[in-house]
Design a protein around this ligand. Structure first.
Ligand SMILES: Nc1ncnc2c1ncn2[C@@H]1O[C@H](COP(=O)(O)OP(=O)(O)OP(=O)(O)O)[C@@H](O)[C@H]1O
Length: 340
């Protein structure tokens, strides 16, 4: 659905050039939810704006659906953009218009009759969970509801692609989850291709099937989300994965516990179906060791679970080696954090 080849964008600023996007190749399949993650300044927003040509690439080709975006006339580009919608971090709603008028706005521009517009708005309001709020103004809505208006408006022209530029970054965690659920639901129901950029790995984990990691304008790593979680190659990817598996407060708690622990502290990592097996109780039985669970968490991706568990294992050196071997035989990655 989306093919970027050797795409670069260089900005000229006060006589200096800045390479915001460098030589990016991306292939995004029809109907997938593709995430782009990176820290501030990595080039994510520029990349997403290159997709609908809000920014023109300095080099490379952009193909979306069947459009060779750089070869389109202004009129053709206008038509293509109706198929490539976008939602934003700060919603970009028209404040003097009601919810109904906001959602209907793209239809108005497209010359759709009032009766048809109202019919479509009713359908979209229902789809995004805003039924009954059509006469409200944006200022009367919560952040989550405002983003629902943004999503409904983006869907008005029945696009093939939805670009989400930090769409949940201004929302609290609960509302973020509700909006991500809505995007996933829309993707499933309408078969819409979604490209989502974010600096938060939990957003990627929750709804994306594949991810690209950006650093300093380049895509440094990309792949299936669970696979990238499992074997992050680059330091930056490892730091993003750690956002999920080793939250800061949990690290601090581990460090405090490490000082008091008698046993050897091991970090276990589980993937897919293995995350649901009773490996720890089997380990205790098979190796006759004592296991204390220190910290743990589990994240569900679209392709299965990913979990990490910090345990302290008490036993002699032979038992400990046996325990590590047992874990590895059971497809659990075991990393010794500190020895007793
Ligand atoms: N119109 C512009 N003119 C000049 N430089 C720009 C322009 N837009 C972006 N940049 C620069 O390009 C680089 C990438 O910015 P971009 O906004 O794409 O990053 P980002 O990953 O989306 O970060 P953030 O989440 O903070 O927006 C930054 O150094 C930024 O200052």
């Amino acid at each position: 659905m989306i093919h970027l080849s050797n795409v670069s964008k260089t900005f000229q600023l006060k006589g200096q050039s800045l390479d915001a996007v460098k030589d990016v190749d991306l292939h995004i399949e029809k109907g997938e939810i593709f995430g782009v993650v990176g820290y501030s300044g990595a080039g994510k927003s520029t990349l997403v704006r290159l997709l609908n040509l809000l920014e023109k690439p300095t080099n490379g080709t952009v193909k979306i659906a069947d459009y060779e975006m750089l070869k389109l006339s202004n009129r053709e580009l206008k038509r293509a953009r109706q198929e490539i919608s976008m939602i934003f971090q700060h919603f970009n709603l028209l404040w003097s218009r009601t919810v109904r008028e906001n959602i209907a706005f793209p239809l108005e521009i497209a010359g759709v009759s009032k009766a048809e517009r109202y019919e479509k708005v009713a359908e979209l309001a229902k789809l995004v969970g805003l039924e009954g709020r059509e006469d409200s103004y944006p200022s009367q809505l919560s952040g989550g509801q405002k983003q629902r208006v943004g999503i409904a408006r983006a869907l008005a022209n029945e696009p093939k692609v939805l670009l989400c530029d930090e769409a949940t970054s201004a929302l609290d965690p609960k509302t973020t989850n509700a909006i991500l659920d809505l995007l996933h639901d829309i993707n499933q129901r309408l078969g819409l291709t979604i490209v989502l950029i974010t600096h938060e790995m939990n957003v990627i984990q929750k709804i994306c099937s594949r991810v690209a990691v950006m650093e300093d304008g380049s895509v440094v790593e990309q792949g299936n989300v669970l696979e990238v979680f499992r074997h992050p190659q680059e330091e930056i990817t490892k730091s993003f994965v750690k956002q999920l598996t080793d939250p800061e407060d949990s690290n601090q708690a581990i460090e405090e516990q490490l000082e008091q622990e008698k046993g050897t502290v091991v970090r276990l990592t589980f993937f897919g179906d293995d995350a649901e097996k009773p490996v720890v109780s089997e380990l205790i039985r098979a190796c006759n060791v004592t296991v204390n669970i220190l910290q743990g968490n589990i994240a569900n991706t679209q392709d299965g679970s990913y979990g990490s568990l910090f345990v302290s294992i008490e036993g002699d050196a032979a038992q400990l080696n046996e325990a590590i071997e047992f874990l590895q035989d059971h497809q659990v990655e075991a990393e010794v954090i500190s020895r007793a």
